[in-house]
Design a protein around this ligand. Sequence first.
Ligand code: FAD
Length: 385
Amino acid sequence: MSEQVDVLVIGGGPVGAALALSLKDSPVSVMVLEAKAAPQRDPRILAMSYGSKLHLESIGAWAGVEDATPIETIHVSQKGGFGRTILTAQSAGVPALGYVASYQDIHHALVSKLEKGVYLEGACAAEIDLSESWGTVDFDYQGKRRQIAAKLVVMAEGGKLVEHVREIERKRHEYGQWAVIGQVSTEKPHKNRAFERFTAEGPLALLPRGEGFSMVWTAKPEDAKLLLSLEKTQFLERLQDHFGERLGKFVDAGPLTGFPLALSYAVPFVSKHLALIGNAAQTLHPVSGQGLNLGLRDVRTLAREIMEADEIGSESMLEHYRKMREIDRKGGIFFTDSLIKVFSNEIPLLSGGRGLALASLDCLPALKDAFSKTMMFGAGARSIL
Ligand SMILES: Cc1cc2nc3c(=O)[nH]c(=O)nc-3n(C[C@H](O)[C@H](O)[C@H](O)COP(=O)(O)OP(=O)(O)OC[C@H]3O[C@@H](n4cnc5c(N)ncnc54)[C@H](O)[C@@H]3O)c2cc1C
């Protein structure tokens, strides 16, 4: 007889850990399998929306990321074209539009609140069987193959194992872009402003982080490799040329890392005894920092469905979860994908249209307000929490 739990989460990244923490004080039994034996350094710096901050607060994890840098203004523009939009926390009626923190700090804040028996480090899921009345998962732990049965299996493993689940198809679109990320500093202070600058090669984001900025520079793979190989002074010159003088001179840059970028998403994102959340359900382009935020909204909905279910993992519970997440998920995929397709080119007609769209958004307070709310709380959000 294998071990049994109500909910088995495969993948203990920020999204899987947030689900386990959301169920902590409920009667639901949960176990998280995390393949890594110990937390490893992850260079990603993430912008969390104001909605995500409220969510982390509600599950008791915000205290661990309190030194996150608030974003009070977002400045959106395009290189070589007219039109720009400025979103402010003040006009959106919130203390900050978002907060910038390291993947590491967010992850630690969540995992440190979980009990050891709930979060199994070094446990790598290998096979999933959904054909019986419970889902069963075979996993490798401390040199042995073990099995666990669950009323509901939740995949939060980032998307790799999903590709081996017969019931789920994983759609994929390569952007032919890499993100080059690292910490940079400028002559002028950031004043809690974030910048998203669209260029024909891809977006360049500067997020306020500590005294400087966390940079996400999207470029073609060959250009990204070149950027990664440059001496610091040469790199700073390139960055200056790419971003312009709005922040004065770029004066320093820390170590850089490259990430290949693709859109991939699961169809369907539920099956018998199975629900997908976070990057396992949808892995997005990092433009406009939507991935973790969308994943945390998956968590909030799924946790509520689990706690309110007559039968955990039943078809009706999963169908309700699917319906509740459909609009926001499709919205997130469509929004980020469209931004890349519309902005990453040099077609003159499109450049004019983009400029007009940015300028119009800037001039229409109601539209801007609706846009800010969608970015903070998701598409189709009826309430903050
Ligand atoms: C350059 C870059 C910048 C980004 N910026 C932002 C941003 O500003 N804002 C934002 O919201 N999002 C951003 N994102 C997206 C964000 O990083 C992801 O959406 C988020 O990390 C997803 O979390 P997750 O827990 O779903 O998956 P992951 O972080 O991928 O975690 C998955 C976990 O599952 C584990 N795992 C894998 N396979 C197995 C297995 N077989 N068994 C057990 N465990 C397994 C892994 O070890 C890992 O710990 C960015 C992404 C990139 C690449």
